[in-house]
Write a protein of this length. Sequence first.
Length: 583
Amino acid sequence: MNNPADRPRKRLEDLRSRRWYASADIRGFAHRQRTQQMGLRREEFMDKPVIGIVNTWSEMSPCHAHLRDRAEAVKRGVWQAGGYPVELPALSVGEVMVKPTTMLYRNLLAMETEELLRSHPIDGAVLLGGCDKSTPGLLMGAISMGLPAIFCPAGPMANGHWRGTKTGAGTHTKKYWEELRLGRITPQDWVDLESRMTRTAGTCNTMGTASTMTSIVDAMGMTITGASSIPATDSGHARMASLAGERAVAMVWEDLKPADILGRAAFMNGLAVYMALGGSSNAAIHLLALAGRAGVDLDLETMAEVSRRIPVLANLFPSGNCLMEDFFFAGGLKALLVKLRAHLDLSAPTVEGRSLEDALAGTECWDDDVVRSMDDPVVPLSKGRTLVLLKGNLAPDGAIMKSSAGEPELLRHEGPALVFDGPQDFRARIDAPDLKVSADTVLVLRGAGPVGAPGMPEWGNLQIPKKLQERGVTDMVRICDGRMSGTHYGTCILHVAPEAAVGGPLALLRTGDTVRLDAEAGTLDMLVDDDEIERRRAQWRKPEPRYTRSFVTLYQAHVTQADRGCDFDFLMGTAPVPEPEIF
């Protein structure tokens, strides 16, 4: 039933919101009375689909700084289509300001989204977000709630420029920080740069986690097709938001819910786009969580298999040399989808009420350097992949790496471990002149996982010791049970599972132990005999929790490991959400 004309149309009396508004008893009176208290006429909200606009706008989230305006555009579309729009503020998980990481609060946003939609008279939803964890958080909650929902991506910021050089948020921040440490730019240059790199509202303008996730969700059919590529401050972005509002009303009448869109075909299409984008390693965790909510069987092995078939085609930082605005002008995600046609299920449905094939009709690519073809990739499969799955006695449940972002000569490596227990230990020792370290050393940071940190922060792109940088070392093998920013690069092994804090083998590794990496074989091992490993395991003691109250305590007690998506164990699956009693 991909065609809305083939779906049974919902009747007015079937609208969920009528449980609040339509009854003649005292409760219905109170609901209508209080809505009119806000200045609305009865005719403006009665007998209409109520569309909840879940908005993650915040003055602490520059990526979402324009979403108050976009909510107004969504409302225009809802009114135009005969609906009643209501804006529902939700937790804003803007990555930059929230510490230790917004990943700690992704599940809280998912819970809030589900509960906002459950507890209010809402028939359908438009989800406004875009910065890293807001996309999966909003969708996880909407999937579980099961109401018609459409995602409206925040959009990337405009290109940055500094002294004649195109600059991308995150990727160039890291690059110029290293330049500053080595004295190649001055502190005055650094201050000048910070006011010029990020010029407009919107998410990172590289293929970081934000654009990786919005693009994947776009390819999975949960947005107006191509919406993820529109720059945040482009006038077309407001028009797209209005269209999303209009479409949300139609989806209510069609009873078109996330479960009707997010089948296995949608996830496989999303994986194909993930690999072709050279997307953020963080997407692996979020896709596992989304699939768990949607009841779709997905694992890291499936992701790795897709990665072996599809090279990086999008010429975007950090794998390429262009930015999201260039991608938009080249044709955006729709152009990439056309280049990937042979690897997509084009019959997959979309929230537009048509198949992906119909949504791509007439699409062209306007710049074949920015959006490459399969026979002219940015990074050939022989040089690296978007996602490599590693297993071995250091990561029995898996670890991942983005080999396309590392040095090819390091993808097969053997060297001594240098182990750090948490970020404070790392900061205290990494630049010490007497640190025993060489280019062959494997830097290891543990205690950064979902339970240990807690929240699995982006600590995995470990700083190379300054004394090695001064000798020209630009990359080293690095291992962490945390994550890495999607805007970063390097030979970084991430998401080691089980993590050290729950007794994973990473907790048993010691400085001086030899670590062997073979990316092509998919292995990661410490060359320590089994008897010694078991002796160390018997001596290991679980760390005391840092928190004994607040949401973090709930998080540490119920979060799953990285190979299962770091969702809460009690929220996974497709059990129906009970409707609230109205009494």
